[in-house]
Design a binder for this molecule. Structure first.
Ligand code: GDP
Ligand code: MG
Length: 162
């Protein structure tokens, strides 16, 4: 069985950037405006001897209306079908109410979840990611998806049981 890894989080935290790096394609649209990836996107990834399916999502911001509701539905569906969820947060933006709402959902679903603090390039990653421990989902993995920092270590942790 090939494990399915879903990338979940608020819009604009770097999910599609990570998807592209993992799948080495431009299939997931990366953009400066939040929410451009409106549907789930699937890609096949190979890293450190692991093969897995990675699922990109449009993002949840906790206050969904209109098109954003569709994106939230896609994210929730992606969570359901995943073996592992990578909950991506933005270390520069800090912890938000939307992050708390997503964390609450993930805790309730009892999904295997890894919290990732992205965008730690050029900042103090330890202090920027410390507050994400407050999400109650365990260890916080630091990453800079745009630069490939922390990606291999993260995937090795995440896929070790598979
Ligand atoms: P998504 O909405 O979660 O899919 O986010 P995107 O992947 O589209 O990225 C949103 C913005 O964050 C883009 O401008 C990316 O270039 C930027 N970004 C993504 N990863 C990083 C990172 O590691 N460091 C920095 N500084 N910016 C990043
Ligand atoms: Mg995206």
């Amino acid at each position: 069985m090939i494990p399915v890894v879903a990338l979940v989080g608020r819009p604009n935290v770097g999910k599609s950037t990570l998807f592209n790096r993992l799948t080495r394609t431009r299939d997931a649209l990366v953009a400066d405006f939040p929410g451009l990836t409106r549907d789930r996107k699937y890609g096949r990834a190979f890293l450190s001897g692991h093969e897995f399916i990675v699922v990109d999502t449009g993002g949840i911001d906790g206050t969904e209306e209109g098109i954003e509701t569709k994106m939230a539905e896609q994210s929730l569906a992606a969570i359901e079908e995943a073996d592992v969820v990578l909950f991506i947060t933005d270390a520069r933006a800090g912890l938000t109410a939307a992050d708390q709402a997503i964390a609450q959902h993930l805790r309730a679903r009892e999904k295997v979840t890894f919290v990732v603090a992205n965008k730690v390039d050029g900042i103090d990653g330890d202090s920027a990611s410390a507050e994400f421990w407050g999400l109650g989902l365990g260890e916080v993995y630091q990453m800079a998806a745009a630069h490939g920092r922390g990606v291999t270590q993260l995937i090795e942790h995440v896929l070790a049981p598979f």
